[in-house]
Design a protein around this ligand. Structure first.
Ligand code: SF4
Ligand code: SF4
Length: 294
């Protein structure tokens, strides 16, 4: 199984739109994962039918048992995250603020314990191009890196015989990204011609290089700022990073999102045609990768 993650240094570059289109175009059996767990949107384009849902238990959080609390306030003084609140004589932990450090348990082992808390759910679904593993995180809950790991693990265990594992990754360079690209063979970074797009491309490539996957780039809406597109191209040449796709701005992309379908459902769309070229370049990369493995 070859693992491909589609990521971006910043949000809004069109990463999910490209992932959904590639899912439709890439040949062979594939399994999909939406690892952008803080804003999972791949399901909006692939209309999944949920087969099953499993709870996601994140890190433990502190819980105060009022039966053993003498209202001394020591725990509140020691919590650096202001997670312990007082309501009259009642002390309780705000789970959205609790960072699970367990300092309060050391302060008061009689009344406080660390307990598991469900902070999300992982869904295993059917879509037209293949099974999709996606997730929902409780609003305000942390542990998105752990949830990404759970999503990837489910996909790899359930569909281990698939040729391809295609991941819609998170934007940024934080914990969810690191969890996404760990163990991945190919990373496709989607960028756009803007000052922040280039800045974030450099940052995300620097992170990827720590994990040594093959790094490829696609420039979305490349025609909106040609001079910056050229700067990105020069930078990629200097860094020896192949640009395998350049997608023009196309209002039909917005229409396809409004209709809840991948843009490849609109064959006259210039963006869809450009993604077909991107996909054939990606297939060449996959062939090369498979040959290297033989
Ligand atoms: S939980 Fe423990 S430390 Fe906190 S107020 Fe109650 S008795 Fe004091
Ligand atoms: S586990 Fe840490 S963050 Fe959570 S309530 Fe206790 S001291 Fe505060």
């Amino acid at each position: 199984m070859i693992r491909i993650a589609v990521i971006s240094g910043k949000g809004g570059t069109g990463k999910t739109m490209i992932t959904a289109a590639l899912a439709q175009l890439l040949p062979g059996g594939l399994v999909l994962a939406d690892c952008d767990v803080d804003a999972a949107n791949l399901e909006l384009l692939l209309s999944p039918k949920i087969i099953r849902t499993e709870p996601f238990i994140g890190m433990k959080t502190a819980v105060i048992d009022p039966a053993f609390c003498n209202q001394c306030g020591e725990c509140m003084d020691h919590c650096r995250f202001n997670a312990i609140e007082r309501d009259g004589d009642i002390y309780r932990v705000n789970p959205l603020r609790c960072e699970g450090c367990a300092v309060c348990v050391h302060v008061c082992p009689i009344a406080i314990t660390m307990q598991p808390r469900q902070t999300g759910e992982v869904m295993y679904s059917d879509t037209e191009p293949g099974h999709l593993v996606h997730a929902r995180l409780v609003p305000g809950a942390g542990n998105s890196g752990l949830l990404v790991h759970a999503v990837k693990k489910t996909a790899m265990e359930q569909d281990r015989n698939c040729d391809l594992f295609l991941i819609d990754g998170p934007p940024g360079t934080g914990c969810p990204l690191i969890s996404t690209i760990s163990g991945v063979d190919i990373v496709l970074v989607v960028t756009e011609p803007s000052v922040s797009g280039l800045h974030d491309l450099k940052r995300v490539v620097a992170v990827c290089r720590q994990f040594r996957p093959r790094v490829l780039v696609a420039i979305n809406r490349f025609d909106l700022e040609q001079s910056l597109t050229e700067v990105i191209q020069f930078w990629c040449i200097e860094e020896n990073i192949p640009i395998i796709g350049k997608i023009p701005f196309d209002p039909m992309v917005i229409e396809s999102v409004r209709n809840g379908v991948p843009v490849t459902f609109m064959p006259t769309s210039p963006a869809a045609q450009a993604i077909q070229i991107l996909e054939s370049n990606l297939e060449q990369e996959l062939r090369y990768y498979r040959d290297q493995r033989k």
